[in-house]
Ligand binder design. Sequence first.
Ligand code: NAD
Length: 512
Amino acid sequence: MTTHTEIAQQVLSGLGITDLESAALAGDWLETTGDVVQSIDPATGQPLGQIRLADADDYERVVQVTQEAFKAWRQWPAPRRGEVVRTLGELLREHKDDLGSLVSLEVGKIKSEGLGEVQEMIDMADLAVGMSRQLYGKSMHSERPEHRMYEQWHPLGPTGIITAFNFPVAVWAWNAMVAAVAGNSMIWKPSLKAPLTALAVSRLACEALERHSAPPIFNLIMGSDAEIGERLSGDRRLPLISATGSVRMGRRVGQVVAGRLGRSLLELGGNNAIVVMDDADLDLTLRAVVFAAVGTAGQRCTTCRRLFVHRSVADTLRQQIAAAFSSLAIGDPMQDRVLVGPLIDQEAVDNMQKALVEAQEQGGKLLCGGEVIEGDGYFVRPALVDARADMAVTCEETFAPILYVIEFDELEEAIAAHNAVPQGLSSAIFTRNLQNAERFLAATGSDCGIANVNIGTSGAEIGGAFGGEKDTGGGREAGSDAWKTYMRRQTCTINHSDELPLAQGVEFDIAS
Ligand code: NAD
């Protein structure tokens, strides 16, 4: 039988990547000289490959190439930039299955979700190609006669992209496809827990550039947070840093970027909840809750972690969820029937165990699951816990499949508890009642960036702007007008008269 490591190596060599020690791309692959780190398969604990990290000198070379590329790229008409992104989308389509496997192998999500992640990149490419012809500015009427006013959007500059392990390539695509059509060059600093997928995708991005003789706008650097991450956030040559990851990381990166008055786009942790009303369709609810709670083994920023259930349906739903959790196929994410793969590493397993102990110390009751599965890899059983909204542990994001069930009597009470956590990413209500749905979506309802009705908290489509409020960081990526963050706005006023009237009626006549 082919091992995971062999599959990973085959995928990489199929993409022309044989030297796994390349950790920096500045138009061409650099020979880096830093420490060697291994990419570990979370399903087996075995190495899939290794890379040699980049150091401060490599970083300088990457930034310089990225800066030069920006000077040329910003002059390409946006629809022509879109053509390069279209080619990248086509290459991703061609290699979808291989890339989907690599995502599954490296971060442990099931193959269907690995493929879904690659599809999300393809969708982002398609969206960005359309956007390249729609980077609209507004025109407005001037108060002065024979004057014209309008605003236009220019490329912002070289962009730093920091990504989390759990969406090792989709998050890059949310940023990179839009940044590219906006006219920016970029440097990607991926998570060191998923370096191989970053290498593979960067290889295809290079090929798309080569086919169009485009400047090297897609660059890559892998290094430690202390040496490379901090350098990137503090670098004044990068006007925008888009950072996806934990609240802890975002607080640090946000402060460093603000310290140099740069722009940051922060996509941080969530603590998402579903509210289930007494009139909900429980069959629909059950399917949505289970996917939202255990999909990607509870390692999505949008994973449902808190379930507010109307007291009248709580017993029924609790029993149904416990039965579903107990029958889930857990194991090798590359196998067809498996629905739950491993956690990313031992630290994630330990954090889950610690949260379960705390939950019980704070008065929660473990209803089912939570066990560590003995053997290779970092497998756990999803846990269902009876909880109260005032338990401190329910206010934190534990990046693992733990679902806290909290009963309520009135919708207002559920909404208040729902909003009483520091994070504000995704939320949902299950109800057949229009009033309940609208109350959840009203200004006094959910305080999250995403609010759904009769859909779970995870699995957002790229057409809408994605992101969250409060500690989630306030950033927006992907569709709608999220492109504006990657561009600079310029307001232009043109006087086509022979006079020089001043705004607000100010008189300033130097002749008198
Ligand atoms: P993490 O915060 O540990 O790391 C994220 C990235 O930040 C990595 O590339 C890491 O190397 C880098 N980093 C860490 N410290 C840094 C520093 N000081 N300077 C610069 N870079 C630094 O997160 P993770 O464990 O990889 O991912 C899981 C977290 O990401 C969860 O909290 C999850 O909710 C969040 N997440 C959020 C979104 C979103 O869109 N809101 C999407 C995916 C993941």
